[in-house]
Write a protein that binds this ligand. Structure first.
Ligand code: ZN
Length: 44
């Protein structure tokens, strides 16, 4: 899952699975689909 985070330097999108931060939502969503840390049951 991707969570939106507000910071002084703007809005970030964090992958809850592994903690990676992205400055664009589409990048975070794309990563999410390939993230190994996601719960496998979520995909099913
Ligand atoms: Zn991830």
């Amino acid at each position: 899952m991707v969570v939106q985070t507000e910071r002084d330097d703007g809005t970030w999108y964090e992958c809850e699975g592994c903690g990676l931060m992205f400055d664009e939502r589409k990048d975070a969503r794309q990563h999410e689909q390939n993230c190994d840390s996601e719960d496998p049951s979520y995909i099913q």
